[in-house]
Design a binder for this molecule. Structure first.
Ligand code: NAD
Ligand code: UDP
Ligand code: UDP
Length: 323
């Protein structure tokens, strides 16, 4: 038994050579599984709690033969007792239960004295009236709109996190994550990068919603994981925007996907969804200054890495289905 684990659950974070026991909720998902890879490579022991709602065991299969990772099938809406030093809370069902899961993980952090990191989202800015978005902007969210369940859920999660910090002195960190892409992303989650890449590979038209002039800023997953770890280990609560400031219209994104996969891929326009934010781009000055962090992988560099993974999964799966 590692003696540091039982030291009231709290490990002096300056002493990074000591092995930490880290809980990653949602660790079988897209971002979570990449984070688990990094933590294990660093020498930590990792407990993953996931209900496999959108996550997959395959994302963690590389750690099954080792003894550094424990995988627990559990819904964070239900309380759970564990002994850990740090909690990366990524589990996020797209429903109000988001709030219950966060409350339970804050309760756990309080009981064992663990440092708690919330993965919030750029969606807290809603359809922003400030551009680019700084962390001091309070956002523009329609509380009764079709997207509000996710947006308000994360806003409430931020509120709870800050209340536990102020009221109970819990050590907390808040990351506001901007659109992230990369290998292991769900191929059918309906998000724009996964849709375009899967469509181009399957020789289907790329579905551009609305006029395609709305913008997003796309971050490669390894940049995000680096930012999350710096935030957890650093001294600042945040919130911190973690995103790539490179801004693209959906038509520009379609062009990058065409250039990367198939220059002949067609574009098909579809009606846009309600309350779709018109533009989004992070101001990352705070993360640059206080975490010494900024993204290093551009969209044109990162996309091919995701395409290789998607190609294998899409055509591998289809072969299996046919066979
Ligand atoms: P994902 O869906 O791949 O991962 C979420 C994981 O949580 C999945 O493995 C899922 O099975 C698990 N999960 C969901 N509900 C659960 C529950 N009730 N109990 C236990 N496990 C549960 O999503 P992701 O893209 O990896 O996102 C990770 C986090 O980052 C989320 O909190 C998300 O809101 C946030 N985020 C992601 C992005 C992005 O672009 N990927 C942007 C902003 C914020
Ligand atoms: N909780 C948990 N694991 C723990 C400690 C608490 O899941 O190790 C849950 C607990 O069941 C409660 C929530 O976290 O639903 C908030 O706990 P806290 O102790 O902060 O609040 P209280 O139980 O006092 O309302
Ligand atoms: N979008 C699109 N085609 C698609 C899926 C999404 O044009 O097949 C658009 C969507 O309308 C939005 C943008 O891409 O303007 C980003 O959507 P996504 O769901 O990926 O992320 P979010 O809206 O949460 O930032």
């Amino acid at each position: 038994m590692d003696k540091y684990i039982n030291a009231g659950g709290r490990v002096p974070l300056g002493l990074k050579s000591k092995r930490l026991r880290v809980l990653v909720t949602g660790g079988a998902g897209f971002v979570g599984s990449h984070l688990v890879d990094r933590l294990i490579a660093r020498g930590d022991s990792v407990i993953v709690v996931d209900n496999f709602f959108t996550g997959r065991k395959e994302n963690l299969v590389q750690h099954f033969s080792g003894h550094r990772m424990e995988l627990i099938r559990h819904d964070v809406v239900e309380p759970i007792l564990l002994e850990v030093d740090q909690i990366y809370h990524l589990a996020c069902p797209a429903s109000p239960t988001n709030v219950m899961g966060t409350l339970n993980m804050l309760g756990l952090a309080k009981r064992v004295g663990a440092r708690f990191l919330l993965t919030s989202t750029s969606e807290v800015y809603g359809d922003p009236l400030e551009h680019p978005q700084t962390e001091t902007y309070w956002g523009n969210v329609n509380p009764i709109g079709v997207r509000s369940c996710y947006d308000e859920g994360k806003r409430t999660a931020e509120t709870l996190t800050m209340d536990y910090h102020r009221g109970l002195n819990l050590e907390v960190r808040i990351a506001r994550i901007f659109n992230t892409y990369g290998p292991r992303m769900c191929t059918d989650d309906g998000r724009v990068v996964s849709n375009f890449v899967a469509q181009a590979l399957r020789k289907e038209p790329l579905t551009v919603y609305g006029d395609g002039k709305q913008t997003r800023s796309f971050q490669y997953v390894s940049d995000l994981v680096e930012g999350l770890m710096r935030l957890m280990e650093g001294e600042h609560v945040g919130p911190f925007n973690l995103g790539n400031p490179g801004e693209f219209t959906m038509l520009e994104l379609a062009k990058v996907v065409q250039d990367t996969i198939d220059p002949n891929a067609k574009i098909e326009f579809r009606p846009n969804t309600e309350d779709d934010p018109h533009k989004r781009k992070p101001d990352i000055s705070r993360a640059k200054e206080l975490l010494g962090w900024e993204p290093t992988v551009s969209l044109r560099e990162g996309l091919p890495r995701m395409v290789n993974d998607f190609r294998q999964r899409i055509f591998g799966d289809e072969k299996e289905t046919v066979g």
